[in-house]
Ligand binder design. Structure first.
Ligand SMILES: [Zn+2]
Length: 690
């Protein structure tokens, strides 16, 4: 049995590598899931063979953020070169230091992420630390384990499934050594791909937190989470670039060390190059500077290293920086433009945010027309005026910011913006608080806030109503067809049809989407309420404790305050929300929101409905179901007493097949499993499909 488990782990590791490191998957996600499940079941049946390096153990227990750990040797920062002249000075210093010997350079892209160090003992990941201050880092092992591109166990001997011998070359020998260093430490950069930042930020905003300004902050914030399961949900990746220590092994060159790390199973950046002269380095820089926008992760320059380890040692380091490497930085993206107007936006919770409306300007490939001025205080501190010429900057940041006001260009015609004392939308006097910089419109009926609240209700993280974007919402609110979120559910197709730019088909689809959202689980509805400080994480905690919105709405301040992870801030806003919004809750109940019906069933797992179509049956969900994620569909089935598994077997009662169902569909056909189309499924759930 142990052999079988080991074989299966090896197979999974191999495919994990193919998928996350080489980006060349050889099997379908479904087959991969099936292997994982088989392993999980075997490990459950044989706990004596459990091992922390098993692929099933990426998210484990234990404190996610641990103590300060000293680094084996300091994680030094790099000397920076900001232009070609500075790079040439660096090369001259290197040349002098080596007495004029020929120098080979190696160039790498400088990834803008979070530096980490990974320690392996006998091939097993035992510790991961952040760079910290260079001397000490934070122990973030539990969080780093969740990153699939970080191997929990190194590839030793033959690479699993490939029969390839591991080639660890000793300098000058070139022979193969089928072994792994007993102690190995590598360093690398954890990052979030640029295009995934919005995913992370949507989660943040749903949690009532400020969005990360750039992928670097997102990566750092995600690695330093207290809860490893949150880290696991973030799209983190890594490139390893330094082999810091390998007991019993020596390398002649950085390029050799990079090759060895790849062989051991680490993910290294593919765009590394070796150059015989500085001219090659400069050409590499120019080439990547021109392409920087196309790189799928943030790169803020290149790193230039002397390739020979012997020469590196000869050059040594100052107390802060190695003398054999420099980072040659890309310039920040900047553009100069003029502030034509300053406007004020009213948010969902009534916060007034000043926004600079700019003369449109191209910056890092995008046309920028506005930039946030954050708040009243920032506006006055920076002394930003209407008509000012400003420097707009995007240095790795996704959201452009006003880096400087060019006061020397003022003509005297600039106008100081007076922050309004009234809400620009509803005219209610604003409220300034002593404890926060935010200025708020406190009118609960403010139309600007209402539009934002509806947009939040319809957003992906809440009720996920597709087709209800800002323009539609404005139409619905301005025509007074909708005065609160509950009104969405009384809209009729023929009314919606009469709106401008709204055809019969879109009206029908919008109504259907709205109708479907009634089946949303309670935590989504709770997120949708947009209660201050209650985002996805808090909503899940609250629902898992109280089981239903009904029960939560009856909770007292004292009861909420004592809950672990909730605390007085959230407790206060939750209690206030339910005290003020009883009419809305009654309306939603009357409309037939499922989450209000199931109080009894949700109070306890033992009390799940036994009379529903779903109870006691086993389901598999596949393909995309319009308007509902597979996870939500599964939650709905479970709430009705059904069981959901991920692969079709002889025990499966029904396969629920959405669009593009794939291999599970074929399997179900093969086994003669009953298949439910999406519409039939929605019908059984009790949600109108048409
Ligand atoms: Zn207002």
């Amino acid at each position: 049995m142990k052999t079988k488990i080991d074989k299966l782990r090896e197979l999974i590791r191999y495919h994990e590598r193919k998928y996350y490191i080489d980006a060349q998957p050889e099997i379908s996600d479904a087959s991969f899931d099936a292997f994982m499940r088989e392993l999980e079941e075997l490990e459950k049946a044989h706990p004596e063979f459990m091992s922390p390096d098993s692929p099933t153990q990426r998210v484990g227990g234990g404190a996610a953020l641990g103590s300060r750990m000293p680094h084996r040797n300091p994680m030094l920062s790099l000397d920076n070169s900001y232009d070609e002249a500075e790079l040439r000075e660096f090369a001259e210093r290197v040349g002098r230091g080596l007495g004029g010997a020929p120098v080979e350079y190696v160039t790498e892209l400088k990834i803008d992420g979070l530096g980490v160090s990974l320690l392996y003992e006998n091939g097993i990941l035992v510790r991961g630390t952040t760079r910290g201050d260079g001397e000490f880092g934070e122990d973030v092992t539990a969080n780093l384990r969740t990153i699939h591109a970080i191997p929990l166990r190194l590839v030793g001997g033959a690479a699993a499934g490939e029969g390839q011998a591991l080639a660890l070359r000793e300098p000058g020998k070139g022979g193969d050594i089928n072994d792994i260093p007993p102690v190995l430490e590598v360093r690398g950069e954890v990052f979030i791909p640029k295009h995934r930042l919005d995913v992370v930020n949507a989660q943040r905003e749903a949690a009532g937190e400020l969005p990360f300004a750039n992928p670097r902050n997102a990566a750092a914030g995600s690695v330093r989470m207290l809860d490893a399961s949150i880290t696991a949900s973030r799209p983190l990746d890594i490139f390893v670039y330094t082999l810091n220590y390998a007991e019993g092994f020596e390398f002649a060159k950085q390029t050799e060390a990079l090759e060895t790390m790849k062989t051991l199973g680490f993910k290294c950046n593919p765009h590394t190059e070796r150059h015989d002269s500085l001219e090659g380095v400069i050409a590499y820089y120019q080439r990547w500077l021109a392409k920087r926008e196309e790189i799928p992760y943030d790169v803020d320059g290149i790193v230039v290293k002397v390739n020979s380890i012997a020469q590196q040692e000869q050059l040594g380091a100052t107390s802060k920086q190695p003398r054999w490497a420099t980072s040659y930085k890309f310039p920040a993206h900047q553009a100069i433009t003029r502030i034509e107007k300053i406007g004020v936006q009213v948010g969902r919770t009534g916060v007034l945010t000043p926004v600079a409306l700019l003369k449109p300007v191209k910056l890092a490939g995008a046309t920028i027309t506005n930039a946030t001025l954050h708040n009243e205080q920032e506006l006055s501190t920076k002394d930003v005026r209407i008509g000012d010429t400003v420097v707009l900057e995007r240095a790795g940041d996704v959201i452009p910011k006003i880096a400087a006001v060019l006061k020397e260009r003022r003509t005297g015609d600039e106008v100081v913006f007076n922050f309004p004392d009234q809400c620009p939308t509803c005219g209610t006097p604003v409220k300034r608080s002593e404890t926060e910089v935010a200025v708020r419109c406190v009118n609960a009926a403010c139309v600007a806030q209402l539009k934002r609240r509806i947009a939040h209700w319809a957003s992906r993280d809440a009720l996920a109503i597709e087709g209800l974007g800002p323009a539609r919402i404005t139409q619905l609110v301005d025509t007074q067809m909708v005065c609160d979120v509950a009104d969405l559910y009384t809209l009729k197709e023929d009314e919606v049809c009469r709106l401008e730019r709204m055809g019969q088909a879109s009206a029908k689809s919008l109504i259907r989407q709205i109708e479907r959202s009634k089946a949303a689980p309670p935590e989504k509805v709770l997120i949708g309420f947009g209660i201050l400080h209650v985002g996805g994480h808090a909503a899940e905690q609250l629902i898992s404790h109280f089981s239903s919105i009904n029960a939560l709405s009856r909770a007292s301040l004292e009861e909420l305050e004592t809950l672990y992870k909730i605390g007085p801030r959230i407790a206060g806003t939750v209690v206030a929300f339910f005290a003020q919004n009883q009419p809305l809750l009654q309306k939603l109940k009357a409309i037939g929101f499922h989450c209000f019906e199931e109080t009894a069933a949700r109070r306890s797992d033992l009390l799940v409905a036994t009379d529903s179509f779903f109870s006691g049956k086993t389901f598999v969900v596949t393909g995309s179901l319009q308007g509902i994620t597979r996870a939500d569909a599964s939650a709905q089935i479970k709430a009705r007493g059904g069981k959901v598994t991920s692969s079709v077997t002889g025990k499966t009662d029904y396969l629920i097949a959405g669009e593009s169902p794939g291999s599970k569909y074929d399997k179900a056909r093969e086994l003669g499993t009953q298949i439910l189309a999406a519409d039939e499924f929605f019908e059984k759930l009790g949600v109108a499909a048409e």
